[in-house]
Write a protein that binds this ligand. Structure first.
Ligand code: 5AD
Ligand code: SF4
Ligand code: FES
Length: 354
């Protein structure tokens, strides 16, 4: 065991200046005993500070539709779940939500939905260009898979960024969990987004049933290979409305290690302390912010719709209004000795001119 601890220290020391960790080195860190994992978090925190500074970027999350034509096995809003009420915000409601976010001080919003056939690329483009005409918000879309032409339409309307998690790097596990999607298509979409000039975010869940340490290490290496601008990682939280209700779910320690390793590998990417992390542990987001994360995405969806957008159980902030969350998160960030950024928080890779 002593050797292993020394190895963990040696790998962390190297990672302070060099993000080229091998799969074996990643596995040593992932497998190191919990009582010795603080060094990994501290190293990621130091790399975060050096690469992206002390500012935390906020993105206001607008969950604009919980309709979904897909049936991902883990997800509470999968199309076949008959136990939830469905809703869709109309254009005016989405615009008002965006305006509210801007008035609360957000410089950026994420528009997230299931794969809702109502929101075609044209419909989304109209909404995005309207928000752009009325605000100075950076807009991130998170609405699933489209064709190249459709992503182009959405980009040309003014979307700056796109989030599309690959969920797992194992093709076999991907197939099991996604009855109506292909891993290769997911990769294709990520390449299209990048070609079109979007700032691209992807990521995965930690602790999916069937995930092994090797798969988790490959997830992290895939993040690095994709050269992402943003990487979102959160624990899988079993939803009682799905066939995975009885599964174990991701642990806090493994999720934090994944966030920390993503920071060590991706260096200056934006990495959120995800809502799933905060739902697993009351201090989950704070712990993630101290283990490599530099972004938080507080919910700005009007309160009456929040209950209906539950991908996973025990989601935080369900009964809190957007103004409350904005204050709450600012307090938490300041409590960690960090500051809330008042910039758009664009990709640092663009600033570095690549
Ligand atoms: N637990 C945690 N995260 C989930 N997501 C979907 N369902 C769950 C769940 N049960 C995540 C997926 C998706 C993102 C929007 O939410 O990773 O990409
Ligand atoms: Fe739909 Fe996304 Fe849920 Fe899959 S994860 S069922 S695509 S909302
Ligand atoms: Fe919503 Fe704290 S961020 S209540």
């Amino acid at each position: 065991m002593k050797d292993n601890i020394q190895e963990v220290h040696a790998i962390c020391k190297k990672a302070l200046t060099d993000g080229s960790l091998s799969k074996d080195e990643i596995l040593v860190l992932l497998n190191c005993p919990e009582e010795h994992s603080d060094i990994i978090f501290q190293t990621a925190d130091a790399v975060r500070k050096k690469e992206v500074g002390d500012q935390v970027h906020l993105r206001g999350l607008i969950e604009f539709s919980n309709y979904c034509k897909k049936n991902c096995e883990y997800c509470g809003i999968r199309g076949k779940n008959k136990n939830i009420e469905r809703y869709r915000l109309n254009k005016e409601e989405i615009l008002q939500t965006a305006l509210r976010a801007e008035s609360l001080g957000y410089r950026s919003v994420v528009m997230q939905s299931g794969e809702d056939p109502y929101f075609t690329a044209e419909v989304l483009a109209d909404i995005i260009s309207t928000i752009k005409a009325h605000t100075d918000l950076a807009i991130t879309m998170s609405a699933g898979e489209f064709t190249y032409e459709e992503y182009k339409t959405i980009k040309e309307a003014g979307a700056d960024r796109y989030l599309l998690r690959f969920e797992t790097s194992s093709e076999e596990l991907y197939k099991k969990l996604h009855p109506d999607s292909e891993f290769s298509q997911r990769m294709e979409c990520l390449h299209m987004l990048s070609d079109l000039g979007y700032q691209v975010g992807s990521g995965f869940m930690v602790g999916l049933p069937g995930e092994t340490p090797e798969i988790l290490a490959d997830n992290l290496l895939l993040l690095q290979k994709l050269d992402l601008d943003m990487a979102g990682i959160g624990p899988f939280l079993p939803n009682s409305d799905t066939n995975l209700a009885g599964a174990a779910g991701g642990t806090l320690i493994n999720s934090l290690k994944a966030v920390a390793l993503a920071r060590l590998l991706l260096r200056n990417a934006h990495i959120p302390a995800t809502t799933a992390m905060g739902s697993l542990d009351p201090k989950g987001r704070e712990k993630a912010l101290q283990s490599g994360a530099n972004v938080v995405m507080p919910n700005v969806t009007p309160e009456e719709f929040r209950e209906m957008y539950q991908l996973y159980p025990n989601k935080i902030c369900l009964r809190d209004d957007p103004a409350h969350c904005r204050k709450c998160i600012t307090g938490k960030i300041q409590g960690l000795g960090r500051t809330v950024s008042n910039e758009h928080g664009h990709s640092l890779k663009i600033k570095k001119g690549y």
